[in-house]
Design a protein around this ligand. Structure first.
Ligand code: MN
Length: 195
């Protein structure tokens, strides 16, 4: 037993179909994420970082510890934000206002987010985050990086590593990104925004 545990999915493995298949969930959560958790637990003893939270390790860690902790935090945020039947299917309240203020419209936001996800070179993640003043920004982060490392508050993320979509979409990353909007639970994003 290590310090960190594989997160429990808040839905059945087939709940996100057809956007994400049960097969992809099985490999992505059950194999890829589980391996990052196991790797971090193996690397932590003797590192001096044993008492830190995942978020602290992502900001202060280096090397393999940082890469595995980043992938765990990123995947936890990713899997937690989806639902087969989202409580909220669109942004509301202050978050909806901020999206219109900072991107022009909800459609313009989605368009920019998808474009940045599709054009990210190699492996990584596209993020919606809030800065210290509450302004919303979309960033591309390579490999295991997380917006926390830039002082941003992460709100929403789409994984664009090939393991996230290749079983279901092969090389059609843009189709995968477009399908994810149907399973985003904006109640989760809203909680992060207001936290
Ligand atoms: Mn992944």
């Amino acid at each position: 037993m290590g310090k960190f545990e594989l997160m429990a999915l808040p839905y059945a493995p087939n709940a996100l179909e057809p956007a994400i298949s049960a097969g992809t969930i099985g490999f992505h959560h059950g194999k890829h994420l589980a391996t990052y958790v196991s790797n971090l637990n193996n690397l932590l003893p003797g590192s001096g970082l044993e008492e830190m939270s995942l978020e602290e390790i992502v900001v202060k860690g280096t090397g393999g510890i940082l890469n595995n902790a980043g992938q765990i935090l990123n995947h936890n945020l990713y899997f937690e934000q989806f639902a087969g039947n989202p409580t909220l299917t669109a942004p509301t309240g202050e978050l909806a206002k901020a999206i219109v203020r900072d991107f022009g419209s909800a459609e313009a936001f989605q368009d920019e987010f998808q474009k940045k996800g599709a054009s990210l070179f190699g492996s990584g993640w596209v993020w919606l985050s809030a800065d210290a003043d509450g302004k919303l920004v979309i960033t591309q982060e390579s490999n295991a990086a997380n917006p926390l490392q830039k002082g941003l508050k992460p709100l929403l993320t789409f994984d664009v590593w090939e393991h996230a979509y290749y079983l279901d979409y092969q090389n059609r990353r843009a189709d995968y990104l477009a399908a994810l909007w149907k399973i985003v639970d904006w109640a989760v994003v809203d909680r992060r925004f207001n936290a």
